[in-house]
Design a protein around this ligand. Structure first.
Ligand SMILES: Cc1ncc(COP(=O)(O)O)c(C=O)c1O
Length: 441
């Protein structure tokens, strides 16, 4: 053990993100090492990772190919700017991404996170509308229960009250579609629920209200962070058609659905609906180095770039857009995904994984189970007057029993690495079952 894997003495300085800092620091759960499907605590206890870290380590932990690519690149060139300069590996990484995005979405803008990808996509949408002579299209539409990170754009277009209420007025000119969650009709659906395509028709209502001032609609094809909301059958198709009817761009936030999670490179491919702009992050580098990207349709690129006067065409970018270490990790991760056909593996395991998830139906307090690809959400009845308490306690029990799950409100979410085996699936649902039973009261 070295200093990286031993327990820190002082937990005060790190103001932890999206964390109940006081409660966490009074009983910290630490992860010190990771390999394949597992984390290890500083004491060496093995924890099965049923959440791919935070929906991001799709190929499993510590993959040699990715580690070596990062090491090689760090030794060759640590950093070079991409403003009015370039380095080969950033162009290679963009071409790799473009090769697996849906046809037409072949221009790739690099960011460092999902939040930056969301804000970048929104800015590109606004710039596009202006470039094509529709400068009145300044309005951005999100969806209730949508999560697009924590930048001002993504937070405003996102539809999570708790993420917004501390931060004032946010962006102006934003409106929201209704969410698609309809447990009264769809509870315990396997895969896409049958009811709810009509939720997309709300866009017509927003157009009636706002006229031709809407630039773009941004949604997650499958909403993860707010508790695994699987798109109803026909919903995304209807949203796509409504956007086309009204001259509105459709943005898919694929930060968690990309890179094999739903049994295809992207949800767009799995679900057969192609957006105009697609955001990604997380699995792009298998989370080994932070990186995000936005894939943009050729027509949008042409309108903004080819239509601009000489000089910089888009006044946007990050110091680390296309960072050499991230680019190296992305290339290695995409190659690994292809070599091991991780989307195909996810698809092959999907039925077994769904069986495991739905076997929890009938346990005390389980009000819904939903799934698609290697994602499952298990919704529990909240404790009277104590929202989220039951799920948090289930989470702690699972961790103590050696399985890492994730919770949002009273929903438990599972999204294991795509290299999971049937035995891993048995273990994660077995431990979760025990924990749910133990929290029955
Ligand atoms: C759909 C979606 N968009 C954006 C983000 C934000 O990504 P990041 O935390 O990398 O900024 C997330 C993170 O979970 C996400 O799930």
């Amino acid at each position: 053990m070295n200093e990286i894997t031993t327990r820190p003495n002082d937990l005060d300085a790190f103001w932890m993100p999206f964390t109940a800092n006081r409660s966490y620091k009074s009983g910290p759960r630490l992860l010190a090492r990771a390999e394949g499907m597992h984390y290890y605590t500083p004491e060496g206890r093995q924890i099965l990772d049923a959440t791919s870290g935070l929906w991001c380590v799709n190929a499993g932990h510590g993959r040699r190919e990715i580690v070596e690519a990062i090491q090689r690149q760090a030794a060759v060139m640590d950093f070079a700017p991409t403003f009015q300069m370039g380095h080969p590996i950033a162009f290679q990484a963009a071409a790799k991404v473009a090769a697996i995005t849906p046809a037409g979405l072949d221009r790739v803008f690099f960011t460092n996170s999902g939040s930056e990808s969301a804000d970048t996509a929104l800015k590109i949408a606004l710039a596009y509308q202006r470039a094509r002579g529709q400068a009145q299209r300044v309005r951005l539409i999100g969806r209730e229960r949508g999560y697009h990170g924590v930048g001002f754009g993504g937070m405003s277009v996102g539809g999570i009250g708790g993420n917004r209420k501390q931060f004032g007025a946010l962006l102006p000119y934003v409106d929201h579609l209704p969410h698609t969650h309809a447990p009264e009709r769809n509870a315990f659906s396997r895969g896409q629920p049958a009811h709810g395509a009509h939720f997309a028709d709300a866009l017509d209502g927003l157009v009636a209200l706002h006229g031709d001032t809407i630039a773009a609609v941004m949604v997650e094809p499958l909403a993860g962070s707010t508790g695994v909301l699987v798109p109803p059958q026909g919903y995304l198709e209807r949203l796509r058609a409504a956007c086309d009817r009204h001259g509105i761009l459709l943005i898919f936030d694929e930060v968690i659905t990309g890179f094999g999670r739903l049994g295809a490179n992207f949800a767009a491919e799995r679900l057969g609906v192609v957006p105009d702009i697609l955001t990604m992050a997380k699995g792009l580098t298998n989370a080994a180095v932070p990186m995000g990207a936005v894939a943009v349709h050729e027509d949008i690129y042409q309108a903004i770039v080819e239509g601009a006067p000489a000089g910089i065409e888009l006044f946007h970018g990050y110091t680390y857009s296309g960072h050499p270490l991230a680019a190296a990790a992305a290339i290695a991760a995409i190659d690994l995904q292809a070599a091991e056909d991780l989307p195909g593996r996810a698809r092959a395991l999907e039925g077994y994984f769904a069986d495991g998830a739905h076997s929890l139906k009938g346990l005390p307090n389980v009000t819904d189970v939903r799934n698609l690809g290697l994602v499952a959400g298990i919704e529990l009845t909240p404790r009277e007057g104590k929202p989220a308490d039951r799920a948090v306690r289930v989470f702690h029990r699972c961790f103590d029993a050696g399985v890492l799950v994730r919770t949002t409100a009273d929903i438990v979410a599972l999204s294991p690495p795509l290299i999971a085996e049937r035995g891993d699936v048995d273990r994660m649902f077995g431990v979760l079952e025990e924990a749910i039973r133990a929290e029955a009261a």
